[in-house]
Design a protein around this ligand. Structure first.
Ligand SMILES: [Ca+2]
Ligand SMILES: [Ca+2]
Ligand SMILES: [Ca+2]
Length: 344
């Protein structure tokens, strides 16, 4: 009996060794013996010692198999532990996506703190700038445009823009160095230009006996519709500029509240073939100016035709622009508030 037991033991040992070697090539042998299916991931552990199998003929491999068989269930869960970090790796990926989501949410600069991105203000003021009709024979047309953009006080979805046109001089009757002429517009940025220009207000000779206010709408009653000029197939609302004096009117021709012959027959306006081109700059808001020096900002400069005494002007200083009006007052003057037409 003892002899046969010895033989059986030897055979069982040899059989265990071959099983381990098979495990190198296939995982089938292990699962059959192991009740815990979750431990099948231990297969890689067999692959590692398999390098020893390269020696193939080494008899040492015979000793290892029996030790692995009973031990295999236990090291199973232990081996699962080091594998967990591998599963945690993908968990680290999500945080990498977060910054990408945050980037587009980053607010754009709003240095004048009015709730509108300053870059958007520039797009609106310049993109919806009405057709500025300066007489072709104006003898002092050098100009620059300072503007103030803010959410419309009556509807934050809309925008209110005040345009202050600064000229090097007023060369009309009783002319003077410097000139500031104002008009304003209510704009719906959800509509393309020029359709988005809903209504305008202009005042010529403000504060004088010749003061004349004109208003117009682009979507209101026919009697108050803005005059337009065709540019690129679209009809742009026109701001008529009186010859030499630069008073702004929204209605040309002869008659009460119109340009031609107004101010004791001194004013005259023309429909220019091309809109006046002038550099433009955002003034910001009263409490948060975007500029305090129009020359350093590149607007009122010698290159743009302005004389020395007008250089380095602070639009928020409360001082007159040359011998003209106070620009800081122009920018906040409620007389230029443009109501939103009900029809628009
Ligand atoms: Ca702003
Ligand atoms: Ca603004
Ligand atoms: Ca003037």
């Amino acid at each position: 009996m003892t002899t046969t037991r010895v033989v059986l033991v030897v055979l069982s040992i040899l059989g265990g060794c071959s099983t381990a070697r098979l495990g190198d090539g296939s995982d089938d042998a292990v699962p059959e013996d192991d009740p815990d299916r979750g431990d099948r991931d231990e297969v890689p552990r067999f692959d590692i010692p398999s390098t020893d199998d390269d020696s193939g003929a080494d008899p040492d491999g015979v000793v290892i198999p029996p030790a692995d068989e009973p031990a295999s269930p236990d090291p199973g869960p232990e081996s699962a532990v080091p594998e967990e970090p591998a599963t945690e790796a993908p968990a680290d990926d999500p945080p990498a996506e977060d910054p990408e989501e945050v980037a587009p949410e980053a607010p754009l600069p709003d240095d004048d703190q009015d709730g509108l991105a300053d870059a958007r203000e520039a797009e609106i003021a310049e993109g919806y700038m009405p057709f500025l009709s300066v007489s072709s024979d104006d003898e002092c047309p050098a100009a620059a445009v300072l503007y103030r953009v803010r959410p419309h006080p009556d509807d934050a979805r809309l925008v209110h823009v005040v345009y202050v046109v600064l000229y090097n001089d007023d060369c009309g009757m009783a002319g003077h160095p410097g000139d500031d002429e104002v008009f304003a517009a209510a704009i719906d940025p959800a509509r393309p230009a020029p359709e988005g220009i809903l209504a305008m207000v202009a005042i010529a000779h403000q504060g004088t006996l010749c003061e004349t206010e004109t208003r117009c709408e682009t979507c209101g009653p026919d009697g108050n519709t803005c005059s337009t000029a065709e540019v690129g197939g679209a009809d742009w609302p026109v701001v008529f500029v009186s010859h030499g004096k630069h008073g702004n009117y929204l209605k040309d021709g002869i008659g009460f509240g119109r340009c031609d012959g107004n101010c004791f027959f001194a004013d005259e306006c023309d429909q220019a073939e091309l809109a006046a081109e002038a550099p433009m700059l955002n003034a910001g808001e009263p409490e948060h100016p975007l500029t305090r020096d129009l020359t350093d900002a590149g607007l009122v400069t010698a290159e743009h035709g302005f004389q020395d005494e007008l250089l380095h002007f602070d639009p928020w200083s409360g001082e007159s622009f040359g011998d003209a009006g106070v620009v800081a007052d122009d920018l906040v003057d409620p007389a230029f508030d443009v109501p939103i037409p009900e029809e628009c």
